[in-house]
Each structure stands twice: as C-alpha cells, then as structure tokens.
Write a protein of this length. Structure first.
Lengths: 340, 576, 284
C-alpha cells in the first residue's frame, strides 16, 4: 500500500512538466499577438502616452525572461488580467461561468459512458450480431458528426417539430428562478434546496445539449470498449479461464472486462480533451452561459486576455482530469509501477 | 493398450473457414489415452496437434468446425455436449496448460486468486478455506514462500514460476486428464527440465492421464509412454516410445527422428536423404571415414581476438522517469550484460557460444559484429582493433565486409518491402560498390545457387517464401561480401527441426567452400556441437567453461555446464 | 511492374469484399471533383444575393433552398468544398511532414531527441486540442492561413506519435540490423528500410485524421474564426443558418452540415478500409 502512495505521489510530480509546458505555451501565445500587444491592450482611443503606460504596466518593455517571470507570478496570484469586454477580472468571469460548463460536460460524458460501455461490451461478446453492426455504425457515424450540426438537428427535431424540449436558451427557462448558489451546478443545488420544480426545469434545459455532447463522446468510448474487450476475449488468459471451466460471468467480468477497462480509462482522457473543445461549440448552439460562450464573445471582441485565460483554464482543467485518470490507473493496475 | 481409455478420439476431422476457402485442419484423427498413461502428440508447426486438443476440450476457434468423427471422455460425448456441461468438465475432469505461461495468466489478478477462482467454480473449496487450499497448491508446485506469492501478479514472477502457477491451477481440482500444449516452449533449458519433471511427478502421484503436445521428439521420448506423430492434419504413426524410435515405420517419422540432433549424431546423418537442392554438395558433406566434422582443420593463424569485453546498461530508475533532464545515476546500479569476456578464433575455425537467455551471448555477438559499442574491451579482427570506431561509423567502413551475420528470425531479418534479390543485392551495392543491374543480377544469381535458392524465387517477397527459403536468403546476403567471419545468432531456432537439419548442412558446406570462420550462438549444445570445434559456455555475462565441443559435452567441468547438458531432452534409441 | 499489378489486384479484391469501402472511394472521388471543378458545376453564383428570393424552401429551381440573402444554398455548398478540403489537406500535409520527420528521428535515435520530441508533443497534448487551436488563431490573427497552422499544430502529435512508435518497433528489427551490416548509413536506413514500412500505418492515420481536420476547421469557422462572410464555407454556413433553425428554416443549416458530415464520414470509412487493406489483423 505504501508503494502505491509513493507511485501516486510520483504521478502528481510528473504533472509538473506538463503544467510548466502549458504556462510556457500560453505565455508565448499572449506575446505572439500580431503587432504590438500594447496597442491592443490600450484600446482604440489610446494615444502614444497611454500606449507607453500600458506597455510599462504589462511589463512589455522588459526582457522576455523577466516578462515570463512576471507572467508566472501573476498567474500564481490568480491574476489573469482584465477582460476588455466586461471590464471585470478574467479570473472572476471564468469562475462564475465554470460550473455551467462543468455541469454540461460531465452530463455529456456520463451519458456517453452509460450508453457506450455496455454497447461496446455487448458488441464484443456477440461479434457479427445486429448489436455489433449497430455499434460499428454508431462508432463510424458518431466520429463523423459535427457537434454543432447534431445540436442544431436535435433542436429542430425536439424543439421546433415535436415541441418536447424547452426553448434552447440558457440553463433554465426565464420563468424559473436559479437555485441558491452552493456548487454552481443547477441540478445539484436545486436538489440540495429540495426544489424539484427547479431541478426539473434545469434538467429539461440540460438534456438536449448534454445529449449532443454525449453522441459525440459515445463513438470513441464505444470503439475502444469494443476493441479492448475483443482483445481481452481473444487473449491467452481468457482461454485459460475458459479451459478451467470458469463461469461465463466470471470469464467476462473478472477476466475480460477488468482488463479491458484499463485502455478504456486511458481513452477517457483523450475523449475529455475532445469534449472540452466540443463543449465550446455546443454552448454556442444552445446559448449555454458557460466559459465557452464567454470565450467566443471574447474572440469576436478581440478580448485577448479573456481568450488566453480561457485557454489556460481549460488546459489546467484537462491536466487535473488526466491526473485523476492516472491515479485511478495506478490504483487499479498493478503493472503501472513497472512501466514508469 | 489394454486399460480402458479415458479419452478416445475416433476419425475426427476439423475444417477451418478462411479467406481462401475451407482448409482441412484435421483429417480422420483417431487416438486414445488410458488412465495413468502419458501420450505424446508430436509434429511440426501446422500439423494439427494443437487443434486436436482444442477440439477435444471445446475451445476451438469459431472458424473451425468438427465435420466428422467423435470424441468422448469416459464415455461422455464431447463434440455434441452442451457448453454448460463441457465447462463443468473443464478444470474439474480435464484441464489444460499452455505455452507462454505469463500471457496465459490474468495480468491484473493475484495468482492465488486465480487458483481460488477454479476451486470455487468447481465446488472444491468454500469461501473460508479457498485461500488455504490455494496456498497449499502453490506449495505442491514447489513455489517458495507460498503465502507471499499468493498475492503476486504474473509480471512479478519468472516464466518458470508462472508455468508452475498454471500447473497449480490445472491440478487444483484433481482432474483425471491433463492436456499440456507445448508447456515448456519459451522457457530456458534448465527451467524446461524442472517444469517437465514437476508435471511428471504430480501427475504420476495422482494416477492422471496426460496428453503432451510438443514439437520436440527428445522431450516426447523422455516423458511419454506412447507417441502419435502428426503431419498435415493426419496421424502418420502411433507406437509405444521404444518401438517408435527403434523401428519407425513411416518415412516422415524417420525423417523427424533423423533430423533431431542427439549427443552422438553427426551432421550428415540429420537428413535421411540429402537435400534435393544440393545433392552433390550433400554427398560432399559426408567425409570419408567418420563424422561430419569439417575436413579442413582450423589453422593456427588467429583471425579474431576478443579481450576483456564489458557491456553495462544503466538500470531504469522509476522515480526519474518522465523528467527529461534527469539521467539515471551512473555506476553501481548498472546492469552488467557482459562481464569481461575474452576468447580468440582462428581462420576457418568455428566457435560455439552457448548459454541460456540473458547470459550475454547475444550482446557479445552484437559487439563482435560491431552493431553495438562495448563499455570496455577490444575486438581485434585480423590484427586491427575495430572497437576504436563507433558502431555507427563502422557501418560504412571497408572493414565492414569482413564480419557479417545471420539472424535468429529469418522472417524478421528481411525487409518486407524488399524482394529476395533486393535483399541479397543490398550489401553488394553498399559495401562492394557494385553498379549496373546486369553484374549485380549475375552475382545475386550466383549467390542464390550457392545457398540452394531456386532462381525463380528471387523476385518474391518475404511473405511469399517459406521459413527455410527465407533462411537461405539471409545466408546469401551475409556471404555476398565474402566475409572472413560469419556470426550465426541462433540461425535455426525459429525453424522446424527438419528445416533446421538442412540449414545446418548448408552452413557447414559453405564454411568449407568459402573458408569462413563461424561464431555460432545458441542455447542448444547438441546443435552447436554439430558445427563447431570449440565451445564457450556463458552464464550471467561470464565464461564458465570452454574447450573442444567433444570435451565440454562429454566431460563438463563446471556445475552449470553439467546442469545445462543434463537438461537437454534427447533420445538414445540404443538405451531404450 | 509485378508489384503494381499485384497490389492493384489486392486492391480490387479488398474493394470487392468491402462494398462500403468501395462506396467511400466513390464518394471521395466525387468530393475531389467538386473541389476541383466546383465553381463551374454550381448552378448559380454563390455570392449573388437576391432579397426577393430570401429564405425559400427547397424547390426545383433551388434544390437546397435559398438563404436569408437569397443566395442559392446548393451552389454555396458545392463551391465551399474547395475551401474546406483545401484547409484540411494543407493542414494534414503540414503535420504529416513535420510530425513524421520528428517521430522518425525520435523513434530511431532515441536519447535526447526522443525526450525533446516527446516533451513537445506531450505539451501540445496537454491542451484540449480544439481549445488550443482557438488560442493559436487568437494569437496569430484571424485568417484562413492561421486556421491551417492551428489545425496543423493540433494534428502534429498524432503523426509524431504514430511515426515514433512504428519506427522504434523496427529500430532493432533484424532487417534493420542486417542493413547496417550491409553498410547502410543511418539516414539511408531510415529512408529505404524504415520509412516505406511505416508508411501504411501513417496513411491510415492520414485518412482518419483528414476527417477530424475538416471537423476542426469547420468548427473554428463556426465560432467565427478564419473564413469571413460572404465566402462560402460549410462551418460558417451552418453558423449563419443556426439562428433560423428555431423558426423552422432548416435547410440553411442542414445542407452544409450534411455535406460536412458526409465528407468526414467518407474519410473515416476510407481510413477503416485502408486499415483493413494494410493490416487485416487489426480489424475493429
């Protein structure tokens, strides 16, 4: 058990180079702005003097190394700069919008896992059956669907034609009042508040965008589950288990699925990376007030500090997710220590 | 056999569906095993010996279907049985162990738990005493510290230990029939012997019937009561062991027996009839008087001298991984692959380098061929120290032509995108600087003739050639630049035994015709003996014994050499 | 010569076995034709506005209907093929060349080359890739060219990784060792022995990646980056049509979105088919 703790510690340490790389890249991105960043940040009406002031304030008159340390120092103190379009600190803007994005992303991921893993397992255990063909079709079609297109299509179908879904504008319809802020996740907060009506209202708003994201994430997860499961089922150790007459449920569960779960878990990291990107598009389609919508508005308004802050926040979030997956793998897979 | 058969197979035929239509994998196979009897099924790859076992136990790949015949266990029909009844039988009545034991165990489940799974499935233990019984099984297969090993994962155990665990699982429920499918393939010779002895002792004590599937006649001879020989899906001969070796009836059996090198066999005896492609040369390989020993005695002139060769590798340090800037600490932690090796080799002489996997023999040969840089020591070839040049630079120096190599796996050593002619021509172009399609083609054709490769095969790609043909291409490529020294790195270990015999004879003939020196790297002393005058035995990076092949084999001095020689399974019909 | 006919026969055999892949090849041919000759094939001028004809549902005259400015959606969808495919092909070509060069070097020489390349690709992969592309476009400036660079950057790690692992698998293969013994230099070994052998898996990667590259480029223009109106591009057309979906004018977004989907679908099917062609064992 102690070695496991040490291994987990090592995993955490191994994330440091990634974080450093992320900080370097986002620093380069902030300084790679076309033209003189000072002119941008000073705004349209700036004269020579105010540009010089901005340059000094941003530290642009110093060497790159110094600028990098100032930048890192700012990051450590949570200073991501001011958003030009809203006039508030970027960090505050991101933090207030983050829960909306997280709720959407995790709902989408959860939906995808719930459908994709059983589908992949069933397809692998019954090769050539209708469910196998369904799985292959979904997998190929799923990776080909542009999320923004799926979202619009679902919206047209369920809102315009069938009228089942509420109007696709935001996290909750304008008649309901958002639940008191605890976690920022409406579903959780409304339940904590015991307010089922609000829970229902926000769930109705969440279903279409979450399904859109889920459809997108479903394909890679199902594909990996099916492949990993097929791989495990044709392995020597499953043959051994069958040669010893172990029950079908033991062979499938203890021997095949537990081994197949490891590559699937690894894939989840990649899937999450795609999800965070798709999330931006889905937020735009459904006018979801998350950080993706915020970033798009900032992009259109050339609000660079906000965009860079967004990119950095997403990258750090992704690092945390990957770390969680790594730690899980370390706990589950006895061989991890060897590979390190 | 008078005893009532526990397993009987009668006229069994199995078809496989493939892309190119149906293939008959088994053709009217009949055999039976009596209680307490050990039956060997012997054959080369693709002979159908494993398919027989899988069909019987009901684990046949879905592409394969029994189309005729029957198989029954103790009166119960196996082919028509429901999967539920079969799975009840497997592990409790019939169990099976496989080759490559590490892959055959669940990689993420403690081995003790895997034994428990079987015990619980067949109601041989309760949740309370399962653990105790599993530890008891580990003890029975002579695993030290069974309580601790109970929690081990397969990757923490050696190949031999994993096979012991497999045996423990297979015997946990006291089955009456054990099917062992090449149980020692991939294990070292000494481990092989220990494993086979363990299987023999445990099954004897329980009066079990055993089916041993192997490609190794020597092993079958040592452990079986009766042997069936299979070829291309058919049983060509079945007889008690002594009978089979003394009076083999079928030509294929004769060929197999002849091709398996024993401690006294001579090179020319290995093929019942000389290789059709080199009939004249085959006859030439049979010198007047005795033995296949090279007629040309090795000259006293020294060709190669290796002095104090050392190769160390830094151990990978888990904590440091992932940090680009941290290098593993140098020094004490290093893994020593080769630990101060010195030897010399005369012109026209052959030297065998023998040892088990990990003994450093392959590292030594890679350094001698200058594919690898040594940590310390010298390799002096024809009076010139060739270790002063880095391996990468040496590749393009004229001295490169003097040492060439024949690789272990003929398939892997040919570029899949080069035709046979391209592969043979490569050294001619690069090292000899030959230009122009015509002279190169002529030289390639000449080389193909020398190694007995039919001209029309030269345009083929590796996947269109058989194992023996690929081996010939690899040899032709190696001798194309007329090297002084040819290093043979287990050149026949990936080949079937009948092909091995032909390739060994070819190598012997070429050596004589071209006056080359050989370094023959192998784990099999019996094979090395056929080609080499002198032998070096290596263990853990050091030379433990050296001397003439005859002396080392007949009168080994070092305890390790003795164990190694004793472990090689072989048959001596005279003593049966 | 024999090699050519042989592989052609193999190709024909595989196509016959896999009608789906054959269909994908046909679709691919159509897409390429549209990209090459789109402007001549389109029935109307894709940029010609006609306020009277705005928001017409599909009819015989306008099979895909007209948009809010009265432009013919069919013509715009056809003409957009070249831009969408152009962006994806340029981006994939860039990342293929740079990525496979880096990956081959890392896999072949190992050591510090491997560590540096590995660290660079890991750092790129540490970002959610689409988000990184947004950041790159924001930093470099909002233009089609920069969309290509951004897409190339986020594709780079995939090529580098495939090239690296395939190369290091073969680095010590018998035929590479043999080539050394035959007097080949490292660079020649890379070029003649290793690269031809890793090309098949790289081609599969290209084909699977092309669809993803198209999706990413379209996604970027959907959120308003790169392509500027009134240029026709599938992503931006869907974005323009999005506001009309709620009010029931579905054809504005559906047809360009469908074209996009079909193109990506085609490349993914091709990728799967190619993988079967190259490596029948790794069928999934």
């Amino acid at each position: 058990m102690r070695t496991k703790t040490i291994q987990i510690g090592q995993r955490l340490l191994q994330a440091l180079p990634s974080v450093l790389g992320i900080v370097i890249i986002s620093f380069v991105l902030t300084r790679a702005l076309p033209g003189d960043p000072a002119v941008y940040f000073a705004g349209m009406m700036a004269d020579e003097q105010s540009i010089a002031e901005v340059r000094k304030a941003l530290g642009l008159d110093r060497s790159w190394i110094e600028q990098f340390f100032i930048y890192t120092g700012n990051l450590l103190s949570g200073n991501l700069g001011m958003s030009l379009s809203t006039g508030r600190p970027v960090l505050v803007e991101l933090l207030t919008r983050l829960p909306a994005s997280l709720e959407l992303t995790f709902a989408g991921l959860g939906l995808a896992i719930l459908v994709a893993v059983p589908l992949g397992v069933l397809a692998a255990t019954r090769p050539g059956s209708w469910i196998d063909h369904l799985c292959r079709l979904l997998v190929t079609a799923g990776v080909s669907l542009p999320t923004f297109f799926t979202g619009l299509f679902l919206m047209y179908l369920f809102y315009y034609l069938l009228g089942w879904a509420p109007s696709p504008l935001g996290r909750i319809d304008f008649l309901s009042i958002p639940p008191p802020h605890v976690s920022g996740l409406f579903l959780v907060d409304s339940l904590l508040d015991g307010d089922l009506e609000t829970f229902w209202a926000s769930l109705k708003q969440l279903i279409l965008p979450a399904a859109t994201l889920g459809l997108f994430a479903l394909a890679p997860i199902a594909r990996m589950t099916r492949a990993a499961m097929l791989n495990a089922l044709s392995s020597d150790y499953v043959r051994t288990a069958r040669a010893n007459g172990l029950a079908r449920s033991t062979v499938l569960g203890t021997y095949a699925f537990r081994n197949a779960a490891l590559p699937v878990l690894t894939t989840l990291g990649m899937v999450f990376s795609f999800l965070l990107g798709a999330n931006v598009l889905v937020e735009k389609v459904f006018s979801w007030p998350g950080i993706g919508s915020f970033a798009i508005e900032a992009l259109v308004a050339s609000d660079y500090a906000a965009v860079q802050g967004f990119v950095l926040a997403m990258a750090l979030l992704f690092v945390v997710v990957n770390l969680t997956i790594d730690v899980l793998l370390t706990v589950i897979d006895p061989r991890v220590a060897l590979e390190a | 056999m008078t005893a009532h058969p526990i397993l009987s197979v009668d006229g069994l035929s199995v078809d496989f569906r493939t892309r190119n239509g149906t293939v008959k994998a088994l053709d009217a196979v009949s055999l039976s095993v009596a209680k307490g009897e050990v039956l060997g099924i012997v054959g080369e790859s693709g002979s159908g010996k494993s398919v027989t076992a899988y069909t019987v136990i009901g684990l046949l790949d879905t592409a394969g279907k029994p189309v005729a015949g029957s198989a029954s266990y103790d009166g119960m029909d196996l082919l028509g049985a429901r999967e539920r009844d079969l799975s009840d039988l497997r592990g409790r009545e019939i169990s099976m162990i496989f080759q490559n034991p590490r892959a055959a165990l669940n990689p993420i489940r403690p081995v003790g738990k895997q034994i428990e799974d079987v015990l619980l499935r067949h109601n041989q233990a309760t949740r309370q005493d399962a653990r105790q019984k599993a530890i008891g099984m580990l003890e029975k297969v002579k695993i030290l510290e069974p309580e601790q090993r109970y929690w081990s994962y397969p990757f923490e155990l050696s190949g031999g230990m994993c096979q012991r665990v497999m045996i423990a699982i297979a015997l946990a429920c006291n089955p009456r029939l054990l099917i062992a499918d090449e149980p020692t393939t991939g294990l070292d010779v000494t481990t092989q012997k220990a494993t086979m002895n363990l299987i023999r002792d445990l099954t004897r004590a329980r009066g079990m019937a055993v089916v041993l599937i192997t490609h190794d006649l020597g092993m079958a001879a040592a452990y079986c009561d009766r042997i069936v020989v299979m070829q291309k899906g058919k049983i060509v001969e079945a007889a008690p062991v002594a009978e089979l070796f003394k009076r083999p009836q079928h030509p294929y059996t004769k060929k197999l027996i002849a091709a398996s090198p024993g401690p006294d066999s001579q090179l020319y005896e290995l093929t019942a009839m000389p290789d059709e492609l080199q009939s004249t040369a085959g006859a030439a390989a049979r010198p007047n008087g005795q033995g296949g020993k090279p007629a040309t005695p090795a000259s006293n002139e020294v060709l190669l001298e290796v002095k104090g060769l050392v190769k160390t590798y830094p151990r990978r340090n888990g904590a440091a991984a992932g940090w680009p800037w941290s290098k593993a600490r140098k020094g004490a932690d290093d893994f020593i692959a080769v630990d101060g090796i010195s030897f010399s080799l005369g012109h026209g002489e052959s030297l065998g380098l023998v040892g088990e996997s990990g003994c450093g023999k392959s590292t030594t040969s890679s350094i001698v061929t200058r594919l690898l840089d040594p940590t310390a020591g010298q390799v002096i070839l024809a009076g010139e120290d060739i270790t002063v040049h880095k391996a990468a630079r040496f590749a393009r120096m004229p001295q490169r032509t003097r040492i060439q190599m024949v690789f272990q796996d003929p398939t892997e050593s040919l570029n899949p995108r080069f035709s046979a002619a391209d592969s043979i021509a490569d050294p001619l172009k690069r090292l000899k600087g030959m230009k122009g399609a015509k002279p190169i083609a002529a030289k390639v054709a000449e080389l193909a003739d020398m190694v007995g490769l039919p001209q029309h095969l030269l345009t083929r790609f590796p996947h269109q050639l058989s194992g023996g043909q690929k081996a010939r291409v690899g040899i032709a490529r190696a001798i194309a630049v007329e090297p002084l020294l040819l290093v043979l790195d287990e050149p026949t270990s990936a080949l079937d035994v009948s092909v091995q015999a032909v390739v060994l004879q070819l190598l012997d003939r070429l050596k004589r015709e071209l006056g080359m020196s050989y370094i023959f790297v192998s784990h099999d002393l019996n094979v090395v003996r056929l080609l080499c005058e002198r032998v070096i035995v290596m263990n853990k990076g050091r030379i433990v014994e050296s001397g003439t092949a005859e002396a080392v084999l007949k009168n080994p001095q070092d305890p390790y050499t003795r164990r190694l020689i004793a472990a090689i399974p072989h048959f001596e019909p005279a003593k049966m | 010569m024999t090699v050519m006919t042989l592989s052609l026969r193999h190709f024909g055999y595989v196509m016959g076995e896999n009608p789906v892949t054959a269909g994908a090849f046909a679709l691919f041919a159509i897409i390429v034709l549209l990209a090459l000759f789109g402007p001549w094939l389109a029935p109307y001028d894709p940029l010609a506005t006609n306020a009277v004809n705005a928001l017409q549902p599909p009819s015989l005259a306008h099979p895909f209907g007209t948009d809010h400015l009265g432009r013919d959606v069919l013509s715009r969808v056809i003409v957009a093929t070249r831009l969408d495919l152009g962006i994806a092909v340029s981006a994939v070509a860039l990342s293929f060349f740079i990525g496979s060069a880096l990956g081959c070097a890392a896999g072949f020489w190992g050591g510090w080359t491997d560590r540096v390349v590995g660290r660079v690709t890991d750092t790129i992969m540490a970002f959610p890739l689409f988000v990184l592309a947004m950041g790159v476009v924001a930093a470099l400036g909002n233009s089609v060219e920069n969309i290509i660079y951004a897409t190339a950057v986020i594709n780079l790690p995939f090529y580098a990784r495939v090239a690296r692992s395939e190369t290091s698998l073969r680095r010590n293969a018998g035929f590479v060792q043999a080539a050394r013994l035959c007097g080949n230099s490292d660079l020649r070994i890379l070029a003649t022995q290793i690269f031809p052998n890793i090309l098949p898996p790289m081609m599969v990667q290209i084909s699977l990646n092309m669809g993803w590259a198209i999706l990413n480029a379209a996604g970027l223009s959907f959120i308003g980056l790169g392509v500027r109106p009134p240029d026709a591009e599938w992503g931006i057309m869907v974005a323009e049509g999005a506001t009309y979906v709620i009010s029931g004018e579905w054809w504005l977004a559906l047809f360009p979105g469908g074209a996009l989907m079909l193109a990506v679908f085609c490349f993914n099917l091709l990728g799967d088919g190619l993988r079967d062609l190259v490596d029948p064992l790794r069928r999934t």
